[in-house]
Every structure is written in C-alpha cells, then in structure tokens.
Ligand binder design. Sequence first.
Ligand SMILES: *Cc1c(COP(=O)(O)O)cnc(C)c1O
Length: 400
Amino acid sequence: MIFVKEAKMSTKSIWAGEKEQLAFGATQVPVVHSVSFGYDDMDEWYDVAVGAKPGHIYGRNTNPTVQAFEDKIRILEGAEAATSFSTGMAAISNTLSTYLFPGDRVVSIKDTYGGTNKIFTEFLPKQQVEVVLCETGDHELIEEEIAKGCKVLYLESPTNPTVKITDIKRMAEAGKTAGALVIVDNTFATPVNQNPLELGADLVIHSATKFLGGHADALGGAVCGRKELIEPIYHYREINGATLDPMAAYLLLRGMKTLKLRVDQQNKNAAAIAEYLKSFDEVEAVFYPGLPEHPHHQTAKEQMRGFGGMLSFSVEGGVAGVRDLLPKLNYANRAANLGSVETVVGPSRTTSHVECTPEERAAMGIPEGLIRYSAGIEDIEDLKADLAQAFQSMKTYVNP
Ligand SMILES: *Cc1c(COP(=O)(O)O)cnc(C)c1O
C-alpha cells in the first residue's frame, strides 16, 4: 500500500498492516486462532511450505493476525522486514542468539534493561561470548571499545530508570566502521519519538508490551531491519518457538492504532510532571531528557522528535520516603510495567534493579529513593493535583 509508506505516523499507526489480513468484508483484522493451515492442493501446500508462495503452514512459524502486527511495526519503524516474539525479552535473546557465537565480542552500555543486563552478565559469558559494558553516555569509551573489534554493538536510549541518552548516529557510525551489527532497543522512545534505523542502526527492537500495546494487557516483542538480517532471526524463532500469540497480536494491533495520540500525550504529561516535580522541597533530583539541565538534553533534542513518557525522580528519606509517598497517589498503578495509558510508578530498587545490592545501585547512580514514573494519558491537572496532595501529607525526612 503506497499511501501508507508516504503517510504520517498517526495514519500509519491506524492503517498499516491491516488491509492485507482482512476477511469476509470485515473492517478489522481477525484473531485467527488456528494452529495449522490446510491445503487440498498438494502442490500449493508444498509451494507455501518452501516459501515459493505466500501463505501460512503452522502457527509457530506464521499467522495472519501476527503478520498484521509485524507489518504495522515494520512500517512504523520504516524497515524492510520485521518479525515478532512472545515477549520483548524473547526478541532480545533470540536476536542475540542468532548473531553471537563463542569467541565473539559484544559492546553495550551498563544501563540496559534489567533482563538484557542479565543476558550480558549471566548467560552470554557462559557461551564464551565476551561482553563489554561501558558507562552509558561515555561516547569516547564506547568508541574505543568498538574500535577494538566487536560483532554486535547493543544500545538502548533512553535508558531505565535515569533516562540517559546515547548518541545513536555517532555510535552507529563507529559500529559500522568496526563491522559490527548495531542493535537499538527503542522501547522507551517508541517509533513516534525516534527511528533508530534512520540514525544508522541495523536492527531496532521493541518490547511491544509497553508503549506499542499501551494498555498493559498483552506481552509481545518485535525486531525490525533489513530482510537479510531479519530472516535468520525469524528462522531462529520459528525453530526455538518464542512465537507471539494471535490474541496478544490482536491486542497489540488494537493498541497501536492510538500509538501516536497516546505517546504525544505522554510526552506532554511527562514534560509537565518533570517540571512540576522540581517545585517540591521533598524532591532531590528529577531525571528527564526534556529538561534543559539533563546532561544529555542536546543529544536527545537532536535525535528524538519527543522526549518520551518516562521520567524518574528521587525523594528525601530514601526508601522510607518512597514507602510514604507512593501509596498516597490515587491516579497511579504501583507496578513493574510502563508505557500504559495509566500512570505507573515504582521504586527502582523494587522494579528494574531489584537484583542489585544498594551499593551496586549507588554505583549506577540510582538512589534508594528513586521513583520511576511512567506518565499515562490522564489529564495533566489531575496528575499534578494528585502529586501535590501526596507530597503535602508526606512526613519530613532529614537525610543523613
Ligand atoms: C520491558 C522491557 C523489555 C522486556 O520486555 P518484556 O516484554 O517484558 O519481555 C526490554 N527492554 C526494555 C527497554 C523494556 O522496558
């Protein structure tokens, strides 16, 4: 569909990938709950099975509802090809497993998503893959490590929970020079705010569980890029089996229709909350790439169209302060997910960095009183009033 290619983000998020899968004159993509797809014509069956003809064979490989989801995210990221997964972590682990072998070297940053970090520190070393994790934002150091040679350069921007920014264009150039495959986890930014492929990345990964789905009711993942890079990943997944369920694909597709609307609102709400938080004595620090004082604000401004719906802030009193404040919020889920239409809050020591010791968290610049705030799409005046009443009834803490 030509018009989708030329269309703007909101039009794409509504129309892309849908028409090709419609049946019976229905205007909505069906949830095709069928494990297999039958053929009366043996030759046709064979042709589809060997990929000479389009069609579906078995649900672990492909499915029409899942294909609509893959097409939608592929078009939103401006990619040639895409494949999907049961979760974001499946997308990450399957992609890394497709391309990393014993003796290979991967360069990444310290602030990747907790699960990704576990792959780097726990699983890949067992497979004799050398992992180098650099200080996030130290571009010179990352460049030095890339130049020493690496098979994969793995980035995430903005990061969890202190929303640090990596210059994707600059790092992708360094990666290319070293012959590395450049992978970017774009979960926090979403295609609305950032398209890593345009900035030089080879592959872009999403946890569709978060902003893409947007309603915290379905798990999923995706990876997009050039056809020749996606095909081996698809093959790894179709054999190893981390397939996206058709019902989850449907929920994600339905959520993605409002992606642009939601993310625009979340960008606005997060920016307003970040600014508002600075006015409270109880707040020690606010981390949001849209704030001019954020150390990576300039890079964020250059590579992002919006600064995202994620921010974090630390409160006085550390753990006690968090324990006091968070239960007082009315319009927020206290939970581990993010990117949903509802505002979601949680302490980093309980969510993204629960596996770390307080010392490790301190070394990563994560105060014990740090709260991750995923802005929802509620009315900003209500969110501000909610924070105000919560701070007002908070006890006074004196930091040591
Ligand atoms: C949540 C998340 C993941 C993992 O996704 P799941 O769908 O939970 O497996 C990966 N990367 C980032 C940045 C995330 O926020």
